[in-house]
Ligand binder design. Sequence first.
Ligand code: FES
Ligand SMILES: [Fe+2]
Length: 360
Amino acid sequence: MAADGAPVVSRQFLSADHYRSPDAAERERAIYAPHFWHPLVPLSSLPEGSALALELLDLPLLLSHPPGGPPQVFLNRCPHRGVALLSPAAEAQACRRLVCPYHGWTYGLDGLLRAAAREGEFAGAFSRQDWPLVALASAVRGSMLWVAVGPDPLPLEQQLDLMEQELGAELERPRVLLASLERELACNWKIAHDNTLDDYHVAIAHPTTLHRQQGPVRHYRHRFAMHTNLLATPVVNPGQSGSGAKEFLTFGAPPWIHWLVWPDGRLALISFPPLDPGRCRLQVWLLGDPSQQPRGQEWIEELGNFLEEDRVLVEAAQRGYSSGLTPGPAHRLEARILHQQALYARIMGLVEPPAPSASA
Ligand code: FES
Ligand SMILES: [Fe+2]
């Protein structure tokens, strides 16, 4: 174990095949993605009495928030003949019922069938209670709505283990969406995930953006748990901090997510859900106190600046990996990449590299 708590770096990066092979992408859909929870939307973007359709990993999802109850996630697929009940949209829409556009089956926001057209004329016995929407497991954590796409996911608190330990109750402080950002990246999701875990490149590739936020490399503090890792950097001028924290925290977590946490309570969640072996989506949600809303646009543009610097690099790296690169040696400041790759290898059943170790 190194002095800063990082696992000793004596391992290699994952081989390039994992970054370009359709077979690897297929196995990730079948094995890796179902093992974890996936952030969908901030809770503040799905008020009670509203619904929203979106896609995750090619799954059509329907998010709803019944009045007086918790939010729900269903397959956006009418049980009658499979048509989507709602069209994907950027924002949730206020509604009391979901009416299928094909034959008019009508659902409550709780996913129960309320009415079907010409109900007495089905071929066999018909009972509404036999035809609810298919529900997926969902949870609210860190002011976000999460979904599990497999039947037996890792508990969400284990997936976010180090965040839970470092932030404690601060993680559950109610936050609202201040601003968001979404782009498509022409790279495998692992190139984007690796890059956001890469503490070796920041001083070189982001000299006037992220590096100014994170400060000198000699002050970097690393921490590793079973699933999540952390880079903490001191904040010289923390501003109006209510928590007393004086560090800027950058967490990396499976399956492909990152959390940035500022001393003023702001929190950005970055996710890279895959689209196909050579493309992924970049999603950023900036969350904070409602009083911070006036600065949301300014802050998301700051994030967008260094993420654009990264876009150029990750898309170039994808071309390098696709041309048959054998990756070079890993640096001490790339230990967070190796940590997540070891986790990936363990879940995917690969022999390289070895399983991650927990340390605090
Ligand atoms: S497919 Fe929805 S009512 Fe027929
Ligand atoms: Fe970067």
